[in-house]
Design a protein. Sequence first.
Length: 134
Amino acid sequence: MSDRPDPISAEIVNKFVIAAHGNLDLVRSMLVEQPSLANATWDWGGGDFESALGAAAHTGSRAIANLLLAGGARFDLPCAVMLGQVDVVRAVLNDNPALVKTPGAHGIPLRTHAQIGGNDEMLALIDFFLAQTA
């Protein structure tokens, strides 16, 4: 007998991650129904795992990203970049500059997350670290 809960069905995880690409109302209602979805990931194949937060990060869906973070989603670098959290990203990259080359979901580079986020200071920061690690 295990103390672990049953896995979330693949169908529900897929629906949730797809919704996180831009459907705030559906993400909100599904998260209320099943809070553990905040950290569920969908396997697109070939090692391409995507969380709802990753989906929100590469589509620039700030409201969804913030909702997921408030719901306990694991914070990650692509999300911080998209949200324009310059101080956080600077601290991480100062500590480990090579992380600037670590992509988000679907292999999307951090620079693209910065462009999607629309923060010029973030874009300059990412470009600085990319130049340093070239």
